[in-house]
Write a protein of this length. Structure first.
Length: 433
């Protein structure tokens, strides 16, 4: 019997321990069994103190009442509940920080059709662990034992020998049909292997290879969702590289040449999710895509409108850059012209292009736009311009634009010069009348 209470105390943040204590107290009051499951258990056993530690709790009689009472106890709220007996709670961790807790009734799953969503039934803890993807994710820690077992609080329940795999740094599926039942697990395999630096157990390797073709049985939505998880990983470049090298992504995206992705192997997640998240990587995926491939990607992965915008803008930006290369790189091209040319394109599309183009001059041009031109602001506001005598109406917007263009071109360096520019413009208009 392995008791891991001290590992929990050493690894979990205090706030998480408090939450687990509150949940355990509640399970005592409600006389229900309760277990910590999933990635949290894996990361505790790995001693990963920097893990983000989602909390997944399960128990045979977890229900809406338990979820509501726990949410109340933790001054949070039940955000959603599903027909499968799962509840998502959001609880405050600090003044500006919330934690999501997943509560679920123990369940068993069976797959009628490969790649489809499973049929779900109620089950016990062992059945709940049997349905999991890898042995290291099929462990649980007892918070409160069921009455028919003599388990201790803090006891590791490990029916698939996940702990040994964890020590040996191996990823292993629980049965031969695992990837055929749910081919998204093949993406998960590569993701965890790269994240944790784990190898793939020999038999699992064989099962992976023989299951590759089944990736086509999964919906685009589910594959997109797996890709979105990959795109948030620190080792995103390496994961994408392996998804191509091992033949997984090309098997799904048959009409797109994915080989170019392999050169991004060393690219790790940089900056914010907003700048370098899913849209950015979908852009990388679509760097060389023509219009028909963009449509294909959009349809196959059922992309959101924001994601579509990035890949279709990228395609037309590439086209326009090629067509206008000479004029865009002319010595006398004004900065305001560059600004006007690029303003119509999605920023992520421009960022992807800037970071991947092999044309150095175009790269510099795009970087100037991203790092300098789009941050240029004029001092005067619409109201200032009106108080200087400009007529209210659409001309104000136009005047402000001209002001910005003049500033971009280095003609205006102070507020006084901006005021003079506006005054000149107004008097020119009057002269014109
Ligand atoms: P992390 O959030 O750190 O990536 P996690 O293990 O918590 O890892 P989740 O996607 O939150 O990952 O899933 C929670 C648990 O649910 C997993 O640990 C695994 O046991 C199980 N699980 C998730 N997806 C699948 C799947 N496709 N097939 C089988 N089990 C799964």
């Amino acid at each position: 019997m392995k008791i891991v209470s001290s590992e929990m105390k050493n690894v979990l943040p205090k706030a998480h321990l408090k939450i687990l204590n509150a949940a355990t107290d509640l399970s005592n009051q409600m006389d229900t069994d309760l277990y910590l499951v999933g990635g949290c258990v894996r990361d505790i056993m790995l001693g990963l103190t920097e893990s983000s530690f989602d909390i997944d709790l399960t128990g045979t009689s977890i229900d809406k009442r338990f979820a509501t009472r726990l949410a109340d106890k933790l001054k949070g709220a039940v955000k959603s509940s599903s027909v499968f007996g799962t509840h998502k709670l959001s609880v405050p961790l600090g003044p500006e920080d919330n934690l999501e807790i997943d509560l679920a009734k123990c369940r068993s799953e069976s797959y009628k059709e490969p790649g489809s969503l499973p049929d779900v039934d109620t089950g016990d803890l062992f059945q709940d662990l049997d349905r999991r993807d890898f042995s290291i994710a099929a462990m649980s820690i007892v918070l409160r034992s069921p009455n028919n077992q003599d388990w201790q609080c803090g006891q590791l329940i490990d029916p698939h020998s996940g702990y040994i795999d964890l020590v040996n740094k191996k990823l292993r599926v629980l049965h031969k049909k695992s990837f055929v039942d749910d081919p998204t697990r093949m993406f998960r395999l590569i993701r965890y292997s790269c994240r944790l630096g784990f190898g793939i157990e020999e038999a699992t390797k064989g099962i992976f290879e023989s299951s590759l073709n089944s990736v086509t049985t999964v919906s685009g939505d589910r594959i997109r969702s797996e890709l979105e998880k990959i795109f948030k990983e620190k080792e995103v470049g390496l994961i994408v590289y392996n998804c191509v090298k091992l033949g997984l992504l090309p098997r799904f995206l048959t009409k797109l040449n994915c080989n170019h992705l392999m050169k991004f192997r060393d690219m790790s997640f940089q900056g914010s999710v907003e700048q370098y998240g899913a849209e950015y990587w979908l852009g990388i995926l679509a760097i060389n895509a023509d219009k028909s491939q963009v449509e294909y990607l959009s349809k196959t992965l059922n992309l959101s409108s924001k994601q579509n915008e990035v890949i279709s803008d990228l395609c037309s930006l590439n086209e326009q850059l090629k067509q206008n290369e000479t004029s865009l790189l002319a010595d006398d091209l004004k900065r305001s012209e560059v600004y006007k040319f690029l303003l119509r394109y999605n920023l992520t599309a421009i960022r992807v292009c800037a970071e991947t183009t092999s044309n150095r001059s175009i790269k510099t041009l795009l970087e100037t736009y991203l790092n300098s031109l789009i941050n240029t602001r004029v001092e005067l506001t619409g109201e200032d311009v009106i108080s200087l005598g400009a007529r209210k109406g659409p001309e104000i917007g136009e005047l402000l634009n001209n002001l910005l263009y003049a500033k971009l071109d280095g003609q205006l360096e102070s507020v006084d010069q901006e005021i003079q520019f506006v005054k000149d413009h107004i008097s020119n208009c009057k002269d014109g009348l």
